[in-house]
Design a protein around this ligand. Structure first.
Ligand SMILES: *[C@@H]1O[C@H](CO)[C@@H](O)[C@H](O)[C@H]1NC(C)=O
Ligand SMILES: *[C@@H]1O[C@H](CO)[C@@H](O)[C@H](O)[C@H]1NC(C)=O
Ligand SMILES: *[C@@H]1O[C@H](CO)[C@@H](O)[C@H](O)[C@H]1NC(C)=O
Ligand SMILES: [Zn+2]
Length: 492
């Protein structure tokens, strides 16, 4: 289209004809740019570096395209006011599903380490486009709640430069603070909390996460807690956590599912990571790191270093995606191991914020606002301890965790006032069962639905529904009688 306004000849150095052809050209260029921008968000996600605006557009677009299984929200703002957008993926998403575990992925905490940021966008694309098409992906979306935050440092990203492999420009936030040193640490040491850090802390308070990974660059390795050492904070040495077995298992699953991370990739001459994993402090100690903060707040988090080059050219991105795709998917599947259940009062109402720990593992975790708890454990026999305000301390019987299964154990706590009335702890009830991750998808109320549980468990649950002193005593009496019969029988 041509402009109808004819420019005044005194102000114009160009002839009318060249003016209109210039305008036409500009118009065509604009049109081209617009269609390109549209195709960027409407077609499949391309392998390019996506600016903060493009990233935001893409996340809005997928949210509109998959409204039933995604939710988009901002957990806060960066110093410069960029929203910190999280896409949540699960089906269904319109109501709370009891005991469905929450997992989070966080990218770009160092603004110049960008591979994770792009991989997380591609993971979103992969998960959503395969829902209902691929069995594994459908199962993941129907058994877990996945939260993806592609960038926690959008301000740093804007200052970082493509091709800058080892530089530090754009690594920190706008106030030049390293976000991965900004979390409150166990010794109480705390730098001034940045808005990005505060957003994560608040997010973790509102959602009970079970498992988490954050993504960095500048090495190729999975790093696991502790990052910090007690005592000498600078000494380089293994800082073993009480859940070291679980962390090694998680880290190895990532590195072995990765195309070649487990072959020990050395970005620098003296770097060598056996099997592609390392304890944090054994690499270099860090205080105020996000990973230890997560662990002390009930979330098992690992830190994945994805690339030797922090900001590689866009043409390398497809290769990084292919190398990490399986590992990113497997990490979502691995959450179904260990123990989980509900913490309830005597009327089966959920107890939120109860403090739990596995015996001999001092790092504790808490029940969710729905009274749910989860803990990843390797096969073995464990004891669970629970403390809740107003209730007697609880210690479970030893329970067994089998491989690739989740042990379900619901706990009814005893109120402190009724302590004197309870007879040898008979007031307490533990409801146990074992379910695979796959079976656990169903159930929507706060109380486990009896239809979906194995028969053995249904009986126990029915009993617990009418929990009262007399019922429990009758049950105990029957069990006692039965036990006496059995022992007599074996002696006769
Ligand atoms: C979302 O769910 C509703 C109700 O189940 C269904 O009718 C609709 O087709 C779904 N939309 C999409 C985009 O899947
Ligand atoms: C489904 O997705 C999984 C996980 O990414 C993949 O390993 C598998 O090959 C896919 N199956 C099909 C039939 O494409
Ligand atoms: C990682 O864990 C997943 C889920 O449990 C499992 O299917 C896969 O085989 C594991 N891979 C490796 C290499 O350990
Ligand atoms: Zn980093």
């Amino acid at each position: 289209m041509r402009s109808s306004a004819s420019p005044s000849p005194t102000h114009c150095l160009l002839s009318l004809q060249s003016w209109s052809s210039l305008l036409t050209n500009v118009f065509l260029l604009l049109l081209l740019a617009m269609t390109r921008m549209q195709s960027r968000v409407e077609a499949e996600l391309d392998f390019g570096h996506h600016s903060n605006i493009e990233l935001r557009k893409y996340m809005r677009y997928v949210n509109l395209r998959y409204p039933n299984i995604t939710k988009l929200h901002s957990i806060g703002e960066s110093v410069e006011g960029h929203p910190l957008l999280v896409l949540t993926i699960s089906s269904p998403l319109d109501r709370h599903i009891t005991l469905r575990p929450h997992i989070k992925y966080i990218g770009n905490i160092h603004g110049n380490e960008v591979v994770g940021r792009e991989l997380l966008l591609h993971l979103i694309e992969y998960l959503l486009s395969n829902y209902g098409r691929n069995k594994t992906i459908t199962r993941i979306i129907e058994t877990t709640v996945i939260h993806i935050l592609p960038t926690i440092n959008p301000d740093g990203y804007e200052r970082a430069k493509v091709g800058d492999c080892i530089g530090a420009t754009g690594g920190y936030n706008r106030r030049n603070v390293d976000l991965n040193r900004n979390f409150p640490d166990i010794s109480g040491y705390q730098e001034k909390l940045q808005p990005e850090t505060r957003a994560i802390i608040k997010w973790m308070q509102s959602t009970t996460f079970v498992l988490s990974a954050s993504f960095h660059g500048g090495a190729v390795v999975v790093n696991y807690p502790f990052d910090q050492r007690q005592g000498d904070l600078t000494r380089i040495a293994y800082s073993k956590s009480p859940d070291d077995d679980v962390f090694v298992f998680l880290a190895l699953n990532y590195s072995r599912s990765h195309y070649n991370m487990h072959h020990s990739i050395n970005c620098y001459p003296r770097e060598r990571f056996k099997d592609g994993i390392t304890n944090g402090a054994a690499w270099y100690p860090v205080r105020g790191g996000m990973q230890d903060y997560n662990y002390y707040h009930g979330v098992m988090e690992i830190t994945v270093e994805l690339s030797c080059c922090k900001f590689p050219p866009a043409r390398d991105l497809p290769d990084y995606w292919e190398k990490n795709k399986k590992a990113l998917i497997n990490f979502l599947l691995i959450v179904h191991m260990g123990v989980k259940g509900l913490i309830m009062d005597e009327r089966r109402r959920p107890i939120a914020n109860a403090r739990l720990n596995i015996a001999d593992r001092y790092v504790s975790f808490r029940s969710s606002k729905y009274g749910e708890y989860w803990r990843l454990l390797l096969p073995g026999t464990y004891i669970l301890k629970v403390k809740a305000n107003g209730f007697e301390d609880y210690m479970s019987q030893p329970f067994r965790v089998r491989s690739h299964k989740v042990h379900r154990m619901d706990i009814m706590m005893t109120r402190e006032e009724s302590a004197s009335r309870s007879l040898n702890g008979s007031f307490r009830a533990t409801i146990q069962g074992e379910v695979t991750g796959h079976d656990v998808a169903g159930g929507s109320s706060t109380v486990p639905s009896t239809e979906k549980l194995p028969p053995q468990m249904q009986v126990t649950l029915k009993m617990a529904e009418h929990t009262s002193i007399s019922h429990m005593m009758t049950a105990n009496y029957l069990i006692l009688t039965w036990a006496i019969f059995l022992s007599l029988g074996s002696h006769l």
